[in-house]
Ligand binder design. Structure first.
Ligand code: YXS
Length: 258
């Protein structure tokens, strides 16, 4: 235990990631976040802030790579801890603000982007990395990115797997506020105070309406099965094994396209 810090002050709950140097989204960390979200719900908080410790270089390095399966199982199934946390955040009855310092990687980008608002330090960056690691991202996760990012920006981030600045994402309407690191907490709390002044009942239904409507994508069974079979070809591939092996061996992957 002990992978997060949490406080509640004036009906604002703050969850701080504290899971080592790069906050990998391990099952242990995700379980703690979910427990704390339930606790804060019971304490009738009006807003939740999700952050890392002040001054971090890395907000989160994304899914804990050591927990990605290498035995032919789908790496991002419905019950994967990251998928569970993202659904919990989307269904949470009050707004959640992601307060970002440092770099955000892989599945942590989806986690941050599925929060309701993003306040980011001006020098923070976001890198969506499935292609770098050889991971066939899941359908619902891709829908979450499409909800937030214009398609050409999303393709640039997916195909290149390179960090993009918070400033650029703010210009594209993805990041709500940019601040200096020193002003980041103030900017976040100002936004939280604004939210606290409007109706919690209405906020709750608006958030749920937006969740339902933004996920109302018709996907016929044949299309679903076809995409899943394409994903299986990838997570059954030697490239998938190579991506994870290269990460663990701290070297660049040599993908062969098979
Ligand atoms: O060597 P030690 O034992 O100290 O461990 C190192 C890293 O192996 C470890 N670490 C991680 N462990 C589990 N899961 C991770 N995602 C992860 N990232 C890093 O943390 C220790 C310190 O890392 P190090 O030495 O590289 O720190 P740094 O400050 O030089 O660099 C920080 C990063 C974040 C730039 C660097 O660690 C990095 O590039 N990490 C991988 C970022 C990434 O590609 N994340 C995607 C994870 S997979 C995921 O989220 C999705 C499934 S998907 O692939 O679809 O996007």
């Amino acid at each position: 235990m002990g992978t997060i810090l949490s406080t509640i002050a004036e009906q604002v709950g703050t969850i701080t990631l504290k899971n080592g140097k790069v906050n990998p989204l391990s099952k242990a960390l995700i379980d703690e976040i979910q427990l704390e979200l339930e606790h804060m719900k019971s304490r009738s908080v009006r807003v939740v802030v999700l952050r890392a410790e002040k001054g971090v270089k890395v907000f989160s390095a994304g899914h804990d790579v050591t927990e990605l399966p290498t035995n032919g199982r789908d790496p991002l199934t419905y019950n994967d801890p990251l998928r569970q946390l993202i659904r919990a955040i989307e269904k949470y009855p009050v707004p959640i603000i992601a307060m970002i310092e440092g770099s955000v990687w892989g599945g942590a980008c989806e986690l941050v982007m599925c929060c309701d608002l993003i306040v980011a330090a001006e020098d923070s960056t976001f890198a969506i990395t499935p292609a770098k690691l050889g991971v066939p991202y899941d359908i619902y996760g891709m829908l979450n990115f499409i909800k937030v990012l214009d398609i050409h920006l999303l393709k640039e981030m997916l195909f290149g797997a390179q960090p993009v600045t918070a400033q650029r994402l703010a210009e594209c309407g993805v990041v709500n506020r940019i601040a200096t690191r020193d002003q980041l907490e103030t900017a976040t709390m100002n936004l939280a105070q604004q939210i606290k002044r409007t109706s919690p009942l209405v906020q709750c239904i608006l958030k749920e309406e937006l969740r339902v409507l933004s996920s109302a994508s018709p996907l016929n069974p044949e299309a679903y099965e076809r995409i899943q079979s394409l994903r299986r070809e990838v997570y059954d591939s030697s490239d998938y094994q190579e991506g994870i092996r290269a990460f663990k061996e701290k070297r660049d992957p040599e993908f062969q396209g098979k």
